[in-house]
Design a protein around this ligand. Structure first.
Ligand SMILES: Nc1nc2c(ncn2[C@@H]2O[C@H](COP(=O)(O)OP(=O)(O)OP(=O)(O)O)[C@@H](O)[C@H]2O)c(=O)[nH]1
Ligand SMILES: [Mg+2]
Length: 455
């Protein structure tokens, strides 16, 4: 597939350019570049969610042209099934939930935390199919109502959220009878997916429209759905809703509904776009992390600037004190102890000034410098560090709502870096690094976005 090849080439290019342009900087600021791309290293994924019996499994079977998933009226699936082709040289067949979450070829490690009960309801079906070479589909247990959700024995919505984070496309399937159950699912998606961009990943589908009694019935169902959606998304525009139905043997579809038969094909076609969506997904992920990095550098730069100011203030008073000690140190000593016989200023005034008059002033000067440095190292600097480690908010000016969203996520990391490595971070060339990072966002990343848009 030429299209997928160029998706792969672009992905490779991104994987090459990141370490080249930002590898060093990531390392400097304690971030792991590899970690950033790990969840995206596997195949593009399509997640299907929706209420029970909305036709998810039927749609998957139809999309793949094979009877892979069990279908039926009333809740049929109570498991999460990842469907994909086996790797080269591997046989078809099923993998259990615990194998799936423990195999580091797959990005499902985060599901381990949901407990044994989930693992018993998770599996991977490996089926040979051209389509599945490049993508994986995830069939999910249908949403029941929110009360029954709690009886599953694991955090169903939490799992959906985790899978949504990994997925490049999400099919949200309703049917005309039970559109209400979708509300909670959608809430999970909103918090999981990054900003408005995340919504591009969702395909809204009203399925089983052939079961509407009449066109009026359908219009009513569609209207209700639009209303519900606008309530949920908080957007003024209505996202595209695919109106679809499955061709079920022996079931008569009224003539007036047949105009919608092409919508099902369009939906299937849009799923083949998953590899390209994967690239968007990658870019968004990179975009987010690099912007976080930029804000982190900005905060550390703020720390450095404040440190320089503090140091300069300390230096000025130290110099003042050392100079005073130079001129008057031995005079005070003389007044207190009678020694040395002839203090430096007296020598100056009386004209008895000789090289040996400089001995005590120099000693005093150096003593104050040494004492001052000690004071700075042991008290002033640790106090300064503690202050900003406790309240790093003072270090950044959050210019946009986006930055205000980002900051709470990195605040703790900035505090930790300051607390643990302050001595290092006060000397690093942050503004130069920041310039590089911003240049990457503006030039390199933008050109990637353009390329993905074009192909
Ligand atoms: N009339 C009609 N029936 C459909 C359509 N799609 C699926 N069905 C039927 O609806 C029933 C449920 O379909 P499934 O594909 O099992 O639904 P599901 O969403 O996977 O359900 P769960 O796995 O229980 O969540 C099956 O009997 C299908 O034959 C459709 O578009 N029109
Ligand atoms: Mg099913």
């Amino acid at each position: 597939m030429a299209e997928n090849n160029s998706a792969k080439a672009l992905k490779k290019e991104l994987e090459e350019i990141l370490p080249l342009k930002l590898g060093q900087i990531f390392q400097t600021y304690g971030l792991d570049l590899d970690e950033l791309l790990v969840p995206l290293k596997w195949k593009p994924m399509i997640l299907l969610i929706g209420n029970y019996s909305s036709g998810k499994s039927t749609f998957i079977n139809e999309f793949l042209g094979k009877e892979i998933q069990r279908t039926g009226q009333a809740p049929t699936d109570d498991s999460f099934t990842i469907i994909t082709a086996p790797d080269e040289g591997e046989p078809e067949g099923d993998l259990t939930g615990s194998t799936v979450v423990n195999d580091d070829r797959f990005p499902f490690e985060a599901l381990r935390g949901f407990g044994e009960k989930l693992l018993a309801h998770l599996s991977m079906k490996r089926v040979r199919s051209d389509v599945l070479e490049d993508i994986a589909l995830i069939d999910t247990p249908g949403m029941l109502d929110s009360v029954t959700e709690k009886d599953r024995g694991y955090d169903y919505l939490g799992v959906i959220g985790e899978l949504a984070k990994l997925s490049d496309l999400i099919v949200l399937m309703f049917d005309p009878h039970k559109a209400g159950t979708i509300k909670e699912t959608y809430k999970v998606l909103r918090v999981t997916l990054p900003g408005a961009a995340g919504e591009d990943r969702v395909r809204f589908v009203l399925n089983r429209i052939d079961e509407c009694e009449s066109l009026e019935d359908l219009v009513r169902a569609y209207g209700t759905l639009c209303w519900n959606l606008s309530q949920m998304t908080g957007r003024k525009d209505i996202p595209r809703i695919y109106l679809t139905y499955a061709q079920i043997e022996g079931r008569h579809v009224p003539e007036e509904f047949k105009v919608w038969s092409k919508e099902r094909d369009e939906l299937k076609k849009s799923l083949l776009d998953a590899p390209r969506m994967r690239l968007y997904h990658m870019l968004q992920e990179v975009d987010n992390v690099v912007r976080e990095l930029a804000l982190e550098i900005e905060a550390l730069d703020g720390f450095k600037r404040r440190f320089k100011k503090r140091l300069w203030r300390f230096f000025k008073s130290l110099m003042f004190t050392a100079t005073a000690a130079f001129f008057f140190g031995d005079l005070v000593m003389n007044l207190l102890t009678g020694y040395p016989d002839s203090p430096f200023v007296i020598d100056l005034v009386t004209g008895k000034f000789g090289l040996d008059s400089l001995l005590w002033p120099i000693i005093w000067f150096l003593l104050v410098i040494a004492g001052g440095s000690c004071l700075f190292q042991k008290i002033t600097f640790p106090r300064f560090v503690r202050r900003y480690a406790l309240s790093p908010d003072a270090l950044v000016v959050l210019k946009s709502p986006y930055e205000r969203d980002l900051w709470p996520r990195i605040r703790a990391r900035v505090a930790e870096l300051i607390e643990r490595h302050a001595r290092r971070y006060v000397w690093l060339p942050h503004s130069k690094n920041l310039e590089k990072v911003r240049g990457f966002l503006k030039k390199d990343l933008q050109s990637f976005y353009e390329k993905v848009k074009q192909y």
